[in-house]
Write a protein that binds this ligand. Structure first.
Ligand code: NAP
Ligand code: MN
Length: 267
């Protein structure tokens, strides 16, 4: 990791945070790192904030494949699922980057193609939710097999690292990011003679293709979310979800496994 010396910090630019970050920048520079002003020049992109900020850092820098990402949580808070480091212990991060005590961790990403035209990457999930008080209806296909017809508030398709976010709030399983897969979970499904769904979350292998076809019944203007951003797409006809060949590479401290962070966050 010796050649990885250019750090780009992604954060909400306010004066108070800037003042807190200045000593961190100094420390990094003293240890031979360069702070760059443009993400394009970086080989390590560091978000400062919470998991939401980390998601934004990855999205706004375009899911870079030639870059490592890492997150620093604001002072006082516990480390987030994506944030291995804490502002108060920034020296630990610098020391370990310097002495290469880090490991690279690879997180699966899903790709959502909407209406056969625009593709989006997601590190947490793609969510399709009714934007009206009425239910939406989606026909669910797995590898071209018509699997079920869903009517309800919506469906969430989560990556392994997204499994602890929205997916977990709706009783989805927490999935080890070492497994290349994605998980489908329901938001309040109606179950009757016309609409019958599995009722539990299901996990698809990385080679599968999931197609959600929207019934054009008037309520076909759902809110489509990719991580923490809503897409500006209005009418949806279908969305195809696959595991991307992109991954997000993050740096982790030794002895800070995914399951350690899950335990620390939830137990
Ligand atoms: P937010 O509404 O502030 O996020 C909700 C919470 O989810 C925050 O505490 C956030 O942590 C945490 N979070 C984000 N990604 C996580 C992950 N992979 N594992 C565990 N916790 C995670 O919005 P946001 O911070 O921009 O985060 C966007 C995410 O919120 C979406 O991708 C979605 O997964 C989730 N979300 C959840 C619900 C729900 O549970 N009902 C509803 C909508 C969205 P930080 O405070 O560290 O940012
Ligand atoms: Mn947040």
């Amino acid at each position: 990791m010796a050649e990885r010396k250019n750090l780009y910090f992604f954060y909400k630019k306010d004066k108070e945070l800037q003042e807190k970050l200045n000593p961190l920048f100094d420390l990094a520079v003293e240890n031979g790192f360069h702070i760059v002003d443009s993400a394009e020049d970086a080989n390590i992109i560091v978000s400062v904030g919470g998991d939401g900020m980390f998601l934004q850092a990855v999205r706004q820098t375009g899911f870079r494949q030639d870059c490592l990402y890492t997150g620093i949580k604001h002072a006082g808070a516990d480390a987030g699922l994506y944030c291995d480091f804490n502002m108060e212990h920034f020296n630990e991060m610098v020391e370990s980057m310097k002495y290469e005590e880090l490991e690279v961790r690879r997180f699966p990403v899903i790709e959502a193609n909407v209406n056969n035209s625009s593709s989006f990457y997601c590190l947490n999930e793609v969510s399709i939710r009714s934007s009206l008080i009425k239910t939406i209806s989606l026909h669910v296909y797995i590898d071209d097999l018509h699997f079920e017809s869903f009517r309800g508030d919506g469906l969430i398709v989560a990556t392994p690292t997204g499994s602890t976010a929205y997916n977990k709030s709706i009783s989805g399983a927490v999935v080890d990011p070492k497994i290349p897969c994605f998980q489908v979970s329901e938001l309040a499904s109606l179950n009757n003679n016309r609409f019958r769904t599995l009722g539990s979350s299901f996990i698809l292998g990385g080679e599968r293709k999931l197609v959600l076809q929207m019934e054009q019944d008037g309520n076909d203007y759902p809110i489509i979310g990719v991580d923490n951003e809503a897409l500006p797409i209005r009418n949806m006809t279908d969305i195809t979800i696959t595991l991307s060949d992109r991954i997000v590479k993050t740096i982790k401290l030794k002895n800070n496994s995914y399951w350690e962070r899950v335990k620390r966050t939830f137990l």
